[in-house]
Design a protein around this ligand. Structure first.
Ligand code: ASP
Ligand code: MG
Length: 404
């Protein structure tokens, strides 16, 4: 007997018929002799609607009340699925975050899980009850409902799996796994059978939307084996696991892209110690995430500094930089029409020339690279947004990832 956590995303529980379908999937797992806990998202569209209500009342709403509102979506689904399971003759009960409890910090709207008490669920499961847990929510130190940031049900599922020592966490979604790149753009994209935690973490944080980044961090930390699969088909999914479990390591496993990028360029800044600290210190104090950074060598005692941030933070970033810069500079510019394209693979640790393949493939298509950044297992470039599709296709071919 294995202990499995099954997580169903918004589209998988989008209406009553789909909730019935999910109930059958849960039953099938139980019929295989396994012990099951289920984590559910809100029905698709519901969270967006609830967020919109809050914004409509006040753009600057109380985040604690936002959490009280948006957490209800998952609570509805957990109750409905418990009813559907009971209809199949299965003993099931719903759990809200606070009942377990899933304890979070007090960063309302994007709280982090600090602890889960697995004992109550464990007891209930041992008594033969299927636990149907509302994802996305917890309880803060202020004794108020919290939510874990958009897409947070994935993190709930992995955290529950770690807490109850599950053998595997199955994340059911509307795609049947993790692909080499976005299959809507590159028709020859392939499903990956296995991907390491490190690679998945890069894929998620560099733009692949299939799993919430924090859920992958959590899986990596607690060594939870995660399978991504579709609730609409019986095809095997993608296993996110330890690198040692993967026999055939690809040079490049996947290509991710993110459109939520904006570039800021500071031109002709006087070149002296403390400039970078003077610009990036205030940005971090304002909680603005800076990603890629380049600074040119100086020719005439001045230099140019370019950095990227998210499109949402761009206006704030520009304001902070203008206010905080205390030395003379020529001009400050920005560009929202950029994307970051990244190639990811643990195989690059031991191989040279991976970045060069990328640069050449882009050059052959006449695509200009604006900023480059690298880490041990990824190379990212910033390019004009209009070349996104072309770049993804060219890179997919260049790394030999096209389906045969
Ligand atoms: N319902 C939440 C959202 O739409 C959480 C989730 O689905 O993971 O972001
Ligand atoms: Mg999701």
């Amino acid at each position: 007997m294995a202990r499995i956590v099954q997580k169903f995303g918004g589209t998988s529980v989008g209406d009553i018929a789909r909730i019935r379908n999910v109930a059958n999937r849960v039953k099938a797992e139980i019929d295989r002799g396994n012990e099951v806990a289920v984590v559910v998202s809100a029905m698709s569209g519901v969270t967006n609607q609830l967020v919109a209500y809050c914004n409509e009342l006040s753009a600057d709403h109380d985040q604690r009340e936002y959490d009280a509102v948006v957490a209800t979506g998952e609570q509805v689904t957990s109750g409905l699925l418990a009813i559907a399971l009971q209809g199949l003759g299965i003993q099931a009960r719903s759990w809200s975050g606070w009942q377990i409890p899933i304890i979070s910090d007090d960063a309302h709207g994007k709280a982090r899980i600090v602890d889960i008490k697995g004992d109550e669920i464990d007891k209930s499961m041992k008594a033969g009850h299927v636990a149907v847990i509302a994802g996305f929510q917890g309880i803060g130190p202020d004794n108020r409902v919290s939510t874990l940031g958009r897409g947070g049900s994935d993190t709930t599922a992995v955290a529950v799996a770690a807490a109850i020592k599950a053998d595997r966490c199955d994340i059911y979604t509307d795609v049947d796994g993790v692909y080499t790149t976005d299959p809507r753009i590159v028709k020859s994209a392939r499903k990956v059978d296995k991907i390491s935690y490190e690679e998945m973490l890069e894929m998620a944080s560099l733009g692949a939307k299939v799993l919430q980044t924090r859920s992958v961090e959590m899986a990596m930390k607690h060594r939870v084996r995660v399978q991504v699969l579709s609730s609409f088909s019986d095809a095997p999914g993608t296993l996110v696991c330890d690198e040692d479990e993967i026999v055939e390591k690809e040079l490049v496993t996947g290509i991710a892209y993110s459109r939520d990028e904006a570039k800021v360029t500071l031109i002709g800044v006087s070149d002296q110690p403390g400039i970078a600290a003077g610009v990036f210190g205030p940005l971090s104090a304002a909680n603005i995430n800076v990603d890629m950074i380049v600074q040119n060598t100086s020719q005439d005692g001045t230099t140019d500094i370019t950095f990227t941030t998210t499109r949402t933070d761009l206006d704030r970033a520009l304001k902070v930089v203008k206010e905080s810069i205390k030395v003379p500079y020529k001009s400050i510019g920005s560009d929202k029409s950029v994307v970051k394209v990244s190639v990811i693979g643990v195989g690059m640790r031991s191989h040279a020339g991976v970045a060069q393949t990328m640069f050449k493939a882009l050059a052959d298509k006449g695509i200009n690279i604006q900023v480059i950044s690298t880490s041990e297992i990824k190379v990212s470039v910033l390019i004009a947004e209009e070349y996104t599709e072309l770049a993804l296709r060219a890179l997919h071919t260049a790394y030999g990832l096209d389906a045969a």
